[in-house]
Ligand binder design. Structure first.
Ligand code: AMO
Length: 434
């Protein structure tokens, strides 16, 4: 195969005189007559290739000058220090091969000189991702996942996979995508919630899962999609406070890992990443309501879900990651454990970034009878949850956990405007291809 010796980002002036082979896309060509330039782009950056007729030979020089933009090329040549070149070096090639020529016109301009509508970009996503600033988010996302996995393993957690084709709604409600499953009715899973809890009864104790969740919500916002990647975790013999500590450790750790290991891609995005300080501030739902009422005149009743206005106010006031704790039991799901002495308040929490919610979690109800009651109180039918409830009848450890949205974490970390910029092929109300 192609023996690429270096990525362009790995070439530095101290390789002066060395022969290298680069492979990538023809980012730009400039023809000045007797001399021509080809800028080669790969996922680590750009390299200036100076085409010299004498070195290449007449025929090869002629064809190299006419390479269409975005064609796939391999270049073999010598590194030469060139202070006038953008990165302080140029490559003087003895061979330029086109492996796959690009048609013209291009569906969009990957040199980032021309602004482009989001829809046009998503329609030609393969070409859009050739743009270094788009690619950077996905390279960083992969680093975030690496850091999270390493952190979870360091906390002696086991990675699991639970089914995405299921028979029952996790959170109740109607936001489910039905699918045809032979002669049965089935759905795409909204959350691994019920399964990760069942694994506590299986004695797996500390599990995490990174996988897709599906929500048939009609939202058309910058922070909702119909398919998202959720990072889910569940731990036995732990309470809400324990898993909040793990959550802030995971988030701050991901920032730190990216700040230390993704300098090139952060540079492409022009970001100086600040690692959030732990512990994150914790404020109760009631305190949040009071703060918003006092300072911003927001009128909300205790028991209302926080509206976007309140969320925005809190984000602006607090200005950093924070936990919202001790929610009214009435607005958190049935699996959230109410306080024993104050059952109208529960041990549910949300992790907030000033711009939006990143995660929610709770200490769970582990008592069978209480769980059946809570399911009924929410207007749901316990019969539909029999496979889940069964796991609570034969010894269920107390447990707690959370679910964190990967794209929201990356989007807020990188200050991306739209969640679609943190998902390679997003699925929303209008988009099913590519
Ligand atoms: P929740 O429904 O709050 O909780 O989801 C957890 C996190 O997943 C992300 N998320 C989404 N991201 C993009 N588009 C969506 N439509 C979307 N829906 C959710 C968010 C959100 O904070 N079972 C609980 C978790 C738990 O208690 O363990 C649950 O699913 O970042």
């Amino acid at each position: 195969m192609i023996l690429r010796t270096h990525y362009s980002g790995e070439i530095t002036p101290d390789l002066d005189g060395k022969e290298v082979t680069l492979a990538g896309f023809a980012h730009e060509t400039r023809d000045l007559g007797g001399i021509a330039f080809l800028v080669l782009r790969d996922r680590m950056g750009l390299a200036q290739i100076t085409l010299v007729k004498k070195l290449l030979g007449k025929e090869a020089f002629k064809s190299a000058r006419t390479i269409s933009r975005e064609s796939v090329v391999v270049v073999r040549g010598q590194v030469k220090i060139e202070p006038k070149a953008p990165r302080g070096f140029e490559i003087l090639p003895t061979e330029v091969k086109v492996l796959s020529a690009a048609q013209v016109p291009l569906p969009l301009d990957p040199t980032e000189k021309v602004e482009c509508e989001l829809d046009t970009r998503l329609d030609a996503r393969f070409m859009d991702i050739r743009r270094p600033c788009v690619l950077a988010a996905f390279e960083i996302e992969s680093a975030v996942l690496k850091s999270l996995r390493e952190y979870f393993y360091s906390q002696s957690m086991t990675e699991v996979f639970t089914p995405k084709i299921v028979a029952a709604a996790t959170e109740g409600g109607t936001d489910l995508f039905p699918i045809s499953y032979f002669e049965k009715e089935a759905f795409l899973n909204q959350s691994p919630q019920l399964y990760k809890q069942m694994l506590m009864s299986a004695g797996m104790d500390r599990v995490f899962e990174i996988g897709p969740i599906f929500r048939a919500e009609e939202h058309d916002t910058r922070r909702h999609l119909n398919e998202a990647i959720s990072i889910d975790l569940e731990i036995s013999f732990a309470d809400d406070k324990d898993v909040m500590n793990i959550l802030e450790g995971a988030v701050a750790g991901a920032y730190k890992y990216v700040a230390e290991n993704c300098t090139y891609h952060l540079g492409v995005l022009g970001l100086d990443l600040q690692v959030p300080k732990t512990p994150f501030r914790r404020i109760t739902y009631t305190e949040a309501l009071e703060l918003a009422g006092e300072k911003a005149g927001v009128k909300m009743q205790w028991g209302d879900d926080l509206d976007t206005e309140t969320e925005r106010f809190l984000g602006e006031t607090i200005g950093e990651h924070y936990f919202l704790t001790d929610w009214p039991s009435s607005i958190k799901p049935y699996y959230t454990l109410p306080y024993e002495d104050k059952p109208e308040v529960c041990r549910g929490f949300d992790l907030m970034h000033p711009r939006m919610e990143l995660a929610s979690g709770a200490q769970r109800v582990h008592d069978y009878n209480m769980l059946v009651e809570r399911i009924k109180e929410k207007g749901l039918d316990p019969d539909g949850f029999e496979f889940y409830l069964k796991a609570f009848r034969y010894g269920m450890p107390p447990h707690a956990g959370w679910g964190l949205g990967l794209s929201r974490l990356v989007m807020t970390m990188l200050k991306l405007e739209n969640i679609r910029d943190a998902v390679i092929f997003p699925r929303d109300r209008r988009r099913l291809v590519p």
